[in-house]
Design a protein around this ligand. Structure first.
Ligand code: ATP
Length: 326
């Protein structure tokens, strides 16, 4: 018999499409198992400010298709301090919360791991980030939708790029990880991709420009992660334009539109499965774990493992770009 009576759910760090679907699943699963449930507003900051929203079945009606998060998200510097976390814990005790589900990225899980240890609070994490950079899960909530948003934008840029035989450098989100760039590059038929995990090979880029762009004289699209080592699309485009004044080089930075929009079917189903799994893990007395999916099955991964390991890009996918742009 579980000793848990009341759960608090929150969304933290960068928002991602599908977070609402995850909140809905957590709330409905708690109700299904006859547990009380509240939401903390603005991530960890709501714990510190004592800002809780009482959740019931109707507070999460009609949100499965909405981007953003009804619980709001925030970066909370106060939660990084022992004093801030003590305040957060005092408020959780005052509100009789005895377990938590946190939805966010690695920063959110780092905070959860520390907080869980300090106050012996059972916490389960749900991976919600468009970066897909969490070890221990094949997919994070929001990544699929963001990839679709990127390819829709690239398809449109391709039309104008082709009309003018232009070379476009398109920057996508990903300060430390190139998953979004790589997947979008394959799906949009980009000629090249530049990601933080791979040092930019200037010689290779030169060969690509000469053989790929100059010879074909149509358009070329290069997808660039914002964290790529030359310094993003603007810097790389400037370098190429300086060295090759004969090319018509353009830059497009997709920016925050990548975070928004209605979540895809994939992200809604993923969020629903993980929301159910998170609450059921708490009922089973699990703590300090992330729920994820590997080979389509739900898995439980200790925060420690998820945080200390770095998820790697699949080299076979990197190779695909080279083959397919021949
Ligand atoms: P994204 O991947 O989208 O950036 P994230 O969850 O990694 O999401 P962060 O801003 O890094 O986003 O972390 C979210 C919040 O987690 C922080 O604002 C802070 O409140 C808390 N947090 C992060 N690191 C720590 C830490 N070392 N100690 C305590 N709390 C932390």
């Amino acid at each position: 018999m579980s000793r848990i009576n009341k759960i608090c759910v929150l969304t933290s760090g960068g928002d991602s499409p599908g977070m609402n679907a995850a909140v809905r699943a957590v709330v409905r699963t708690a109700i299904y198992h006859k547990l009380e449930i509240v939401g903390s507003m603005q991530g960890y900051q709501g714990l510190i400010n004592n800002e809780f929203m009482k959740m019931n079945s109707s507070t999460v009606s009609g949100i499965i298709h909405l981007g953003g998060t009804i619980l709001k998200s925030a970066r909370s510097p106060q939660f990084r301090t022992p004093e801030g976390r003590k305040l957060a814990h005092d408020n959780l005790v005052k509100n009789k919360v005895d377990a938590m589900v946190v939805i966010g990225g690695d920063g959110t899980f780092t905070g959860a791991r520390i907080f869980g240890q300090e106050f012996n609070m059972p916490i389960v994490g749900i991976p919600g980030t468009i970066d897909n950079d969490l070890f221990g899960t094949d997919y994070t909530i929001g990544y699929d939708t963001a990839s679709n948003t990127v390819i829709e934008a690239v398809d449109k840029i391709r039309d104008t790029a082709t009309a003018h035989s232009r070379l476009f450098f398109i920057e996508v989100m990903g300060r430390d990880a190139g998953f979004l760039a790589l997947r979008s590059a394959i799906a949009s038929g980009a000629e090249a991709v530049m990601v933080p995990e791979v040092k930019t090979d200037h010689q290779k880029l030169e060969v690509f420009l000469k053989n790929g762009f100059k010879k074909k004289k149509t358009s070329s699209i290069v997808i660039v992660s914002e964290g790529e080592d030359v310094g993003g699309a603007i810097n790389i485009a400037k370098k190429v334009a300086d060295e090759h004044p004969e090319y018509d080089v353009r830059v497009s930075i997709l920016g925050h539109l990548q975070r928004g929009g209605s979540p895809s079917a994939f992200d809604r189903v993923l969020a629903s499965r993980l929301g159910v799994a998170a609450v059921e893990a708490l009922i089973d007395d699990q703590k300090s774990i992330m729920v994820g999916v590997v080979n389509r099955e739900v898995v439980h991964v200790p925060f420690n493992q998820a945080l200390k390991n770095k998820k790697k890009l699949n080299p076979a996918l990197l190779n695909l770009i080279e083959i397919l742009s021949a």
